[in-house]
Design a binder for this molecule. Structure first.
Ligand SMILES: [Zn+2]
Length: 261
């Protein structure tokens, strides 16, 4: 399966390389042809050679045997059409793979928009966030603690408390949060971190973090810890792949001690 064989960060790095190398306004026909070939089903027999290299066939008048290397998609690709630089067939294979794991529509939007941003040297001033959030990470954690108290009053005595933390309280916390789009991802990260902390404490009180085998409760708790840990890492991955969506600086700075803890 492409989804499991290929790492998202690698794919996102390759996408960023392509965006840098092929500005949309200049290479628009090439990019769109690649996308169309992929979308209309002209890419097939796609094989993941190893975690980075992929090969596949692209039908365009004749059949092209294409390979590409996600770690260096600009420098390492091969297509019989011998176009200088990535050709539409290489792009078709790339879109095929990318679309199986992530969202091609979103990628194209980014690709188009990347050029509309003025060069940074022209406008150094508005580096501060456009919407200054009137809130802080401390306030978020106070809200989480309050929500946890209320939730605990109703559910804490139950055996499935860890499950409820991960699968009921977490979605409830995430639903709230700042309106500022860029801060929302960070808010989600903190909500997951907050619950991760509580789940670990809960397990420690029972000695579950030390023993290898134990009760159903322990097993179930491990699953819930993993669920929240996955949420944490997924949120992190989204940050690293999309710097433009990162949260305002003050919130990032306030995050540091929490992560250290
Ligand atoms: Zn080609």
């Amino acid at each position: 399966m492409l989804q499991t064989a290929i790492s998202k960060p690698l794919l996102q790095k390759a996408a960023a390389d392509l965006q840098n190398d092929l500005p949309f306004s200049v290479y628009k026909p090439l990019i769109q042809k690649g996308r169309d070939l992929s979308r209309r089903g002209f890419v097939y027999n796609v094989i993941v050679i190893d975690s980075e290299r992929i090969k596949g066939k692209v039908a365009d008048v004749t059949i092209h045997d294409v390979t590409l290397d996600l770690a260096d998609v600009i420098g390492h690709h091969d297509c019989p059409c011998e176009t200088e630089g990535p050709c539409s067939h290489v792009l078709a294979l790339f879109f095929y793979v990318y679309g199986n794991v992530l969202d091609n529509g979103e990628l194209l939007r980014q690709w188009k928009q990347a050029e509309k941003k003025p060069p940074q040297t022209v406008s150094p001033a508005p580096k501060t966030p456009t919407v200054a959030p009137a809130e802080s990470v401390d306030e978020w954690w106070e809200q989480f603690a309050k929500a946890l108290d209320e939730f605990a009053a109703r559910h804490r005595r139950r055996d499935d408390w860890p499950y409820r933390l991960a699968h009921q309280l977490f979605p409830a916390l995430v639903k709230g949060g700042p309106k500022h789009h860029a801060a929302r991802g960070l808010y989600r990260f903190h909500a997951a971190l907050f619950l991760f902390h509580h789940l670990i404490e809960y397990g420690k009180e029972r000695g579950w973090h030390q023993r290898l085998f134990g009760s159903y409760g322990q097993f179930s708790w491990q699953q819930d810890v993993e669920y929240i840990a996955d949420e944490l890492f997924e949120t992190l991955e989204r940050f690293s792949s999309n710097p433009s969506a990162s949260a305002p600086d003050p919130l990032i700075k306030q995050t540091v001690p929490y992560v250290r803890d």
